[in-house]
Every structure is written in C-alpha cells, then in structure tokens.
Design a protein around this ligand. Structure first.
Ligand code: AMP
Length: 459
C-alpha cells in the first residue's frame, strides 16, 4: 500500500501576513516543478476556523484566480504522484477537525515506517481517508490530543520521534504555524521573514518569489514554531545527522534555489566540470538535455573548451515523460518533448550531457533522434553516478527492476541506449561538486542513512 506511493512534492506556508492564502498560491506556483498532480491551500478564516481548498491539477487550474479573503496564515502543497496516485483524497493539505481546534498538515518526503505505524494506529481504531503516508502525522497528533488540548511543541516532538524517514512538514493551527524537518534533513525547507510575518517553503526560489530575502534553512531535527510572539526554535531529536538528498541537487530543485547554502545551478555546473575531468571526450559540440542537464553541460563545455550549442529544443507545453504510465507512451513522450536542431547536429561529434539515467528511455530515444538528425558520433555523459537502488525517502525510484543500471554494466547500458560511449560521474565527484561529505547517496551506493524497515522485502 503506502510503499507504492512516492511523493516528491513541495510545501509552502505563510504566517502573519495579509492575504496569506494568495501568497501561498504564488509560492506553490514556484514549486510546481515538484509536483503537478494536485495542489491545495488551507487557511485561517480569521474567525478561528480553518478552510481547505484542494483538487487535482496544476496550481493555475485549481486556483485560476487570486485567493481572496481568509486570515493572515495559510499552508499549501503541490503533489507529485505516480500512476494511480489515489485521486483527490491524496491531495494535501490534510485538514483534521477537532472540537478543541482544527489543524492542517502539508508534508514533503516519504516515511519509512509508515506501514508499521498505520498498522498500529488502525489496531487502535484510527480511520484513514487516503492511502498517503502523510496522513500519519495527523493521526498521531490526533491520538496525542485525545484528552483535549492543542498542538504544541512537546506533542509534535513526541510524534516526530516515532516517525522515521523523510519529512519537511508544515502544521497550521488557528494561532500558530509549525515548520519541521526530519532529523536526517533529507528534503529542503527554508524560512524567511516578510514584514512582520514569516514565510516557509520547500525551496528558496519560492520564498524569493514571495518577496523574502533573508532566508535560512530549517535545520535537521528542528521544529520552528511561528506565532504572534515571533519564532521559537527547538529540536525534537539530538541525533541529527545531515544527509540531504543528492537528487535534490541533481534533478528536482530549480537551478535558482539555494539548498543548505549551495546554489543548485552552481552545484550542477561544477558537477559538469568534474564530469569532464573524470570522463574527457573529443567532440565538436557539447549538448545539454533540457532542462536539468543544461547547467552541467555549461560546466562540461567550460572545462573542455568544446563549444556548447542549443542543439536540443524543449517543448515547454508537454508534460514530463517520466510519469507516463506505459513504456510506449514514455517513448513517444521523449519525441514530443525534445526536438533536435538538424543544422547544428549534422556531421558533428556530440557529447550529450544529461543529469541521470533511470530506465534508459530518455537516453535511448534521444540517441536515436540525434542519429536521425545526422550526428556523426554521440558520447553520453551523465552528471550523476548510476542509479542502482530504490529510494524510500520520496524520490520516485520505487523498484530496482525499473533501474537499468541495477542489472546492466555501464558498457551494457551504453549499448542499450546506442551511444558510441557512455560514462557517469563518480560518487566522489558528486560530493566534490557539492563541496560536502554528507549527502544521501543511497540510490547510488545502497547505503541508507536510516533503518528501511520492511521495504527491502518489496524490491
Ligand atoms: P529515464 O528515461 O527513465 O532514463 O529517465 C531519465 C530522465 O528522467 C532524466 O532525463 C532525468 O532528467 C529524469 N529523472 C531522473 N530522476 C527522476 C525522478 N525521480 N522523477 C522524474 N524524472 C526523473
């Protein structure tokens, strides 16, 4: 059940700002790349109640106009779902109504002990409205409020200490907003001040869009309580080990975001430079696969002196190929999304840079298209190591069977995609690009920073 659901997602929250709900709509628009299946906003109505609006679809479809009214605080969520992701019931925020006061939650990440917790809660009589692991936060908070009372830092601390895995979590009550990050710090979450109020978002680009400049990360294991009295920081766990998801830098996050002090574009560009150092190549042109291969392609071109050309043009109006349900649809999806520029390509030796190979669909189709457009040679260079292991923390890499590099060697993958040569960035090169030694690299190395409970049995 829950182990089939993978939620990359993005969260955004505002406290103490006029027009909070509409500011959340704007913030979510800048997090749209993190999830396109559905979105929602929960906001205070200014009279002590919370209002929830959510639906399937893009932010511009669900909220075609400014969200008018509401009080001075709100949270929102954009959802990424794989095939059959549960419909509107799984779209967040989730609203939990209680006599002693309602609360809403918005969560990015995946919990590794969700099945165990859901089973325990169900045995105690808890009812779930969705198949999303994110509902567990509400269920645990609700059972902690059995005797009455309201959400508080001690209650949140107790609840978060029972949960393992990845969460950047927002909890909204009538009079406070809580921003929490799991103790491993898998997913990003930034916070900043706006006038007399505060704004929290999955990526700094969304805060910038809301007009916030002085931005800091919520730290691993931290709970920030934001209320009319300002912010109050506490840590639910002392055992904070930092392991930000490497795929955030490689693929998910927008290049204009800064995560834990490192700009995403700068990270990718550096990885392209190191990729050249590790895997040089004689070619006439460097070609980046839009969008997430472009920054690394700039780095590869700068380091090698091989000119960079825009030999692939992306159609911005075609949805992402990765989440198409069948392989045939995915193959067509690549053709729909990317077009080669024949006049640049004909007779040229190309070094093509992409950020990752998952199933191999994109690269295989791309190589075929570039050959048809007259490329003399195609050298694929990938700015991350081979993906060999599933992710249990919220990246949509669910099963080892889907990962081409889990069963084939680099040479075999190269033959499958039809490239003249293929090489990947090393794990050490990736760390070097980030200037750090504490990323979560589990999908490359198989070394998981937490217990993974029963997940290994499913793959
Ligand atoms: P594939 O065609 O299956 O090899 O997927 C590779 C392409 O998907 C790359 O061009 C990446 O930009 C993109 N990608 C990598 N990881 C993910 C992910 N977790 N979710 C969606 N797209 C991804």
């Amino acid at each position: 059940m829950t182990s089939q659901l993978h939620e990359e997602c993005g969260v955004f929250g505002v406290f103490g700002v006029e027009g909070a709900a509409d500011l959340v709509r704007i913030g979510l628009t800048f997090l749209q790349h993190r999830g396109q299946e559905g979105c929602g906003i929960a906001y205070t109505d200014g009279k002590g109640e919370l209002v929830l609006r959510k639906d399937q679809g893009l932010v511009s479809r669900v909220f075609p106009e400014a969200v008018r009214g509401g009080g001075r605080s709100a949270i929102g969520h954009v959802r990424y779902g794989t095939t059959g992701g549960g419909g509107v019931d799984n779209v967040q925020p989730f609203l939990f109504c209680r006599r002693s006061g309602s609360f809403a939650t918005a969560h990015n990440g995946n919990l590794v002990n969700a099945d165990e917790l859901m089973q325990a809660l169900s045995t105690q009589g808890a009812l779930f409205h969705s198949s999303s692991d994110s509902e567990i936060f509400g269920a645990l908070l609700g059972s902690g409020l059995k005797g009455g009372g309201t959400i508080s830092v001690p209650l949140l601390s107790r609840v978060l200490n029972r949960i393992d895995g990845a969460f950047s979590l927002l909890v909204l009550t009538d009079n406070a907003l809580y921003a929490c990050r799991d103790k491993t710090g898998f997913r990003p979450l930034s916070i900043g001040q706006l006038g007399g109020g505060y704004v929290v978002g999955s990526e700094s680009c969304s805060l910038e869009a809301a007009g916030v400049h002085s931005i800091r990360d919520v730290r691993p294991g931290e709970i920030v309580r934001i209320s009319a009295d300002g912010t109050e920081s506490s840590f639910y766990s002392a055992a904070a080990q930092c392991a930000m998801c490497a795929m955030e830098y490689i693929y998910f996050a927008r290049p204009d975001s800064d995560i834990e002090g490192r700009n995403v574009h700068a990270f990718r560009k550096e990885s392209g430079k190191i990729l050249y150092r590790e895997n040089p190549c004689e070619a006439d042109l460097v070609v980046g696969v839009p969008d997430s291969g472009l920054s690394a392609a700039i780095g590869y071109s700068e380091a090698s002196g091989i000119p960079l050309e825009m030999a692939l043009v992306k159609n911005a109006y075609v949805a992402r190929t990765f989440i198409q349900p069948t392989q045939e649809m995915r193959l067509n999806g690549v053709r729909m999304k990317l077009s080669p520029v024949r006049s640049l390509i004909e007779g040229k030796r190309l070094v093509v840079i992409d950020d990752s190979i998952v199933r191999g669909t994109t690269s295989r189709q791309l190589v075929r298209m570039l050959r048809e457009a007259g490329a003399a040679q195609i050298h694929m260079r990938i700015s991350s190591p081979p993906l060999r292991n599933p992710c249990y923390y919220g990246v949509d890499i669910s099963s080892r069977k889907e990962l081409i590099s889990a069963s084939l060697t680099v040479e075999e993958v190269g033959r499958y995609i039809g490239a003249d040569t293929l090489s990947f960035l090393s794990e050490a090169g990736l760390m070097e690009a980030g200037g750090r030694s504490d990323l979560c690299m589990a999908c490359f190395s198989g070394r998981y920073p937490t217990d993974i409970y029963s997940h290994e049995d499913n793959n």
